[in-house]
Design a protein around this ligand. Structure first.
Ligand SMILES: [Zn+2]
Length: 413
């Protein structure tokens, strides 16, 4: 199979779609709408009839069924158009390093930005591939324009090959995944699929269907402020209470910097401080709700111990749910995962299944009634100026999509 991923990818990364947390509009930035309109045009050019963009910028389209069977379910493919706010995404100048020969890749606009296969096993494994990087000053945007390109190329292939029997295939391109809002306005009912696959993963063969469960916790210390010249025996400094809490956190465990695989953590990441009142914001992560609750109970116990010696001081704790492990839902739909494994194998790859130490739009979509695991799209070093992708891996992602459409048809009546 041959796919048009590279040509599409190069066009899509030229558009600045950096998301902006500070904006309350949807999409958060106008560049995302520019790319959405390009995708509407591209889908229309492929001959799809019902291409639509809603008022929030979500683009949906349908590849009509080609099967003669009556009970083939509708499945969907989803990718996000925005890029991380952590890195500049304007004036991306992609470079295609054809038939990669294993040398260090020095990015020309900043010679200190160097991709070294000795430090990057995934790159070393892509010998002979066409590698795409940025030029050193920006991210590349493979997260997730590699996924967008893979879906578009697969749609093009399906349209050009009506002899491939498949059911109705829905595609959706979403905004603002990187700021956690990608599922906010996703109309699951209108999408109308029994399951979907996000194309937003790493190297060839990756299949992800477990994610963190996540809560946000705010611990607010109230102290007692008075003129510091006359404060003896009276002042209780809330900044010092907060510092005491941070100090009491375990040094060797339960932090992002000391955990991996299935271990969760507590992560203080913002402190809003004054003598009178200091709020510590923490991210709580685990793969089970029981694990989250245990960590939250630990924080509460430590915080109460901090204020216990001070009758004038108090502490308030607030917990808000962020997202939940999609495994809780996907376990109920083993065929969704099994079809993905089979599609990866038919592409000539071995499925690599690892828990995501984070969340994806699929975590939220799964809980909104659309079971959605995540497939590889050749995203490497994402959110970094050393971001890169492989054209061959993008093509394998597109091929996996085509196989998935076939497999769901074969398994239906
Ligand atoms: Zn992504």
């Amino acid at each position: 199979m041959t796919f048009s991923t590279l040509e599409r990818f190069l066009r899509y990364v030229a558009i600045d779609t950096r998301a902006d947390d500070a904006s309350s509009s949807c999409p958060s930035t106008p560049g995302q709408l520019v790319l959405m309109r390009v995708l509407v045009n591209d889908l229309t050019a492929l001959g799809l009839a019902d291409v639509s963009m809603d008022e929030h910028g979500y683009v949906m389209a349908t590849v009509p069924a080609t099967t003669a069977k009556a009970h083939v379910p509708t499945i969907g493919f989803v990718a996000h158009v925005d890029t991380s706010p952590e890195m500049p995404g304007k004036d991306v100048a992609p470079i295609v390093h054809e038939r990669y020969d294993g040398r260090d890749l020095v990015l020309p606009d900043d010679p200190t930005a160097v991709l070294r296969p000795a430090e990057d096993a995934a790159l070393a494994a892509c010998l002979g591939h066409d590698i795409v990087t940025a030029s050193g000053l920006t991210l590349l945007g493979a997260d997730d324009k590699a996924g967008v390109a893979a879906i578009m190329a697969a749609v093009e292939y399906l349209v050009a090959h009506p002899e491939i029997a498949h059911g109705t295939v829905r595609v959706c391109f979403t905004p603002d995944e990187e700021i956690g809002r990608g599922a906010d306005h996703f109309d699951v009912g209108r999408f109308g699929a029994i399951c979907a696959y996000t194309l937003d993963g790493g190297g060839a063969g990756e299949l992800e269907w477990e994610s963190f469960s996540a809560d946000a916790m705010t611990v607010t210390f109230k102290g007692f402020n008075t003129h510091p010249g006359y404060a003896r025996g009276r002042m209780v400094n809330a900044i010092k209470l907060a510092a005491d809490l941070i100090h009491r956190l375990p040094a060797d465990t339960l932090s992002p910097e000391t955990t991996a695989d299935y271990e969760g953590y507590v992560h203080p990441y913002v402190i809003d401080a004054s003598v009178d009142r200091t709020a510590v914001r923490l991210l709580i992560r685990d793969f089970t709700v029981a694990g989250l609750e245990a960590k939250e109970a630990m924080i509460e116990e430590l915080a109460r111990a901090v204020v216990a010696p001070y009758p004038q001081a108090s502490v308030e704790l607030r917990i808000t749910e962020s997202y939940r492990n999609m495994r809780d839902i996907l376990e109920g739909y083993p065929e969704v995962i099994e079809c993905a494994r089979e599609a990866i194998r038919r592409t000539g790859l071995t499925p690599i299944e690892r828990p995501i130490r984070g969340g994806t739009d699929g975590s939220r979509l799964s809980f909104m009634g659309l079971p959605t695991p995540n497939l590889f799209a050749s995203e490497h070093n994402f959110h970094s100026r050393l971001e890169w992708t492989s054209v061959q891996e993008m093509n394998q992602a597109a091929e996996t999509i085509v196989h998935l459409c076939r497999i769901w048809e074969e398994r239906s009546t």
